[in-house]
Design a protein around this ligand. Structure first.
Ligand code: PDD
Length: 283
């Protein structure tokens, strides 16, 4: 496997990161995950803009002479993934420096990226998945795609141990988003999803899905979803780079609707798949 590290493409087993890199010591960095559909980087512009936003919010200087789009394409090529289903991961940390909380005066950001094969979750798309609700123990800047993901890791692990696909994070009585996806429910024929705020990641799949809802005349309310209303949801779904539109058929021990992916979810899921196909064709 060929990875990218600080200006070089090299075999992964030759990539070396300093032990005092601030991503290692403080989780001091930001990241992005993109889907590559047979070489097409899905909604890349939005991913680069969000990366820029996260880095600015963390006051990490964007590394000089680093073109994330070319790095991503080159990684796909060098790993024989240019014509395959893949994801690309990119991370920038504040760099290596002796451990002190405040920013180092002269650290150079560390840039690391890799591409990996990806298998579409076709069975789960067809059957739908179970999610569990867990308390949201994250900080108050969830809009930053920071590598500091311990609460997400713990919530996701809890979901895996409960035989669930995802953990939906609940803060102050509202179901906000998943540990690695956004979340929506259908209540009275209207798709409800948490509004953009510092308490959710502004997901790019969420953005695409909401755009598709508008094209399909599916009414949307970007409105906090009360945990107490989950039991009334006729349908539920997740949005994300690795999920696209994933039907949710069970929340904790309760079935959602009939316990099958609902009609609105199916419509949106298909529209998302079609849109992906269209993007691929346009190149
Ligand atoms: N996660 N919410 C959270 C907390 C996320 O970590 C993600 C993505 C999303 C969905 O965003 P998008 O549609 O832009 O992928 C929502 C990535 C896939 C990850 O951490 O692996």
């Amino acid at each position: 496997m060929t990875v990218y590290l600080n200006g070089e493409f090299l075999p992964k087993d030759q990539a070396r990161i300093a032990p005092d890199d601030r991503a290692f010591l403080f989780a001091d960095g930001a990241y992005e995950v993109l889907r590559a559909y047979r070489g097409h980087l899905f909604r890349a512009r939005e991913h680069w803009d969000r990366f820029d936003y996260s880095l600015k919010a963390l006051r990490i200087a964007s590394p000089a002479n680093t073109d994330f789009a070319s790095i991503a394409s080159e990684l796909l090529k060098r790993n024989n993934l240019a014509d395959a289903e893949a994801t690309v991961y990119l991370q920038v940390s504040r760099g290596a420096a002796p451990r002190k909380h405040a920013f180092p005066a002269d650290a150079t950001p560390t840039v690391y990226a890799f591409a990996a094969p990806f298998a579409n979750p076709v069975e789960k798309w067809a059957s739908g998945v179970k999610v569990i609700t867990v308390p949201d123990q994250r900080w108050a800047r969830c809009d930053i795609k920071s590598v500091s993901l311990l609460p997400n890791v713990l919530a996701n692990q809890q979901a895996q141990e409960a035989g669930a696909h995802e953990a939906v994070l609940v803060r102050d009585g509202f179901a906000l988003e998943g540990s690695l996806s956004n979340f929506a429910v259908v209540l009275d024929g209207v798709l409800h999803t948490a509004p953009r705020s510092n308490y959710i990641l502004p997901g790019i799949s969420r953005l695409v899905a909401l755009g598709l809802c508008s094209a399909l005349d599916i009414p949307v309310k970007e409105f906090p979803v009360a945990e107490a209303d989950l039991k009334c949801a006729a349908e539920a779904m997740l949005f994300g780079t690795t999920n696209e539109v994933m039907p949710v058929v069970q929340i904790n021990e309760r079935k959602v609707g009939e316990g099958q992916p609902g009609p609105l979810t199916r419509k949106l899921q298909q529209a998302f798949r079609d849109y992906v196909g269209e993007c691929q064709r346009r190149g």
